[in-house]
Design a protein around this ligand. Structure first.
Ligand code: PLP
Length: 294
């Protein structure tokens, strides 16, 4: 990803009054050396992050993303982010975005080993071209995540449900999916339930009813899924959080991967078996997701 703009946040100074937040931001060269070699985010992936979509300069769903950043920080026992300060930082960075689609990343790292404070920064980058995934869809491979549905309640230290910087497993899953001739992966439990994709939520349509796996299954509660469910409910559809069987992926009338930057990508094949893509309905979903959302 080409970074266009970046700023560091002095999160220790976060008790400043609202109007003074700009003083806590240091604009840095996005292609220059910025972080210390001792950074625990780089050494251990020890930190949390968020990726926001930006459309024509409008950062989407800032509140839900900040809430999830705070939730992830709590699970990782990181200091609570000052959400007003982070909101001001997002506003400062979004002001650089211009027209078209872009990505804002928020990163809160545990900081330098034995250092005094966390490291925090916000970047602006170009969005990849997602037109093909939105129109033609994505072929998915189901991949066993290696634990049963109730694992998160027995093993909270796995940090399932926190958006941590440790995404090596998620990236490995996408590579494995590609080796299997697919475009993306969907994680499933050892007992046969659907979880999520490595960087997206899964939703399925059965008639006028839309379902997604329960967030308590140790998956991220997607901001895009939540926004879309609210929109679908307003449009008269029923929505529900449920346990979703792997076999539902081919039984559903349609299914999508949802995420903040790629938005709605219809699933076009499951483990090599083609499934129907509703092009017109998907276009309508993406038109909604590209509209300004708070
Ligand atoms: N699940 C995982 C593991 C993710 O990494 C993401 C987004 O990056 C999502 C779900 C979708 O979340 P959102 O819609 O907030 O982008």
């Amino acid at each position: 990803m080409a970074w266009r703009f970046a700023l560091l946040i002095d999160s220790v100074a976060s008790d400043l009054q609202r109007g003074d937040f700009a003083e806590t931001f240091t604009i840095v060269d996005p292609s220059g050396p910025v972080l210390s070699l001792g950074e625990l985010s780089a050494q251990r992936g020890d930190g949390v992050f968020e990726s926001l979509g930006v459309v024509d300069g409008h950062a989407q769903e800032v509140g839900p993303h900040l809430d999830r950043l705070a939730h992830s920080a709590r699970l990782c026992e990181l200091p609570a982010p000052n959400l007003d300060q982070w909101r001001a930082a997002v506003g400062r960075v979004a002001a650089e975005a211009g027209r078209g689609e872009a990505v804002i990343k928020l990163i809160l790292s545990r900081g330098v080993e034995h250092g005094p404070s966390p490291t925090a920064w916000v970047t602006l980058g170009d969005a990849p071209d997602n037109a093909r995934a939105r129109i033609e869809g994505v072929r998915i491979a189901t991949l066993d995540r290696g634990y049963a549905l109730e694992a998160p309640s027995r093993a909270p230290w796995l940090l399932l449900g926190a958006k941590t910087l440790s995404y090596a497993v998620n990236m490995a899953a996408i590579r494995e999916a590609r080796r299997r001739g697919a475009d993306d992966a969907v994680f499933v439990t050892t007992d046969g339930f659907v979880l999520e994709a490595p960087t997206a939520s899964v939703i399925l349509r059965f008639g006028d009813r839309f379902v997604t796996p329960e967030p308590s299954a140790g998956i991220l509660h997607g901001t895009t899924q939540r926004s879309l469910f609210a929109h679908l409910e307003q449009s008269g559809f029923e929505t529900a959080y449920e346990t979703v069987l792997v076999t539902d992926l081919v039984r559903a009338d349609a299914a999508w991967l949802l995420s903040s930057v790629r938005l709605a990508a219809p699933i076009s094949a499951v483990d090599g078996e083609p499934v129907a893509v509703d092009r017109a309905f998907t276009d309508a979903l993406n038109a909604y997701l590209l509209s300004p959302r708070d």
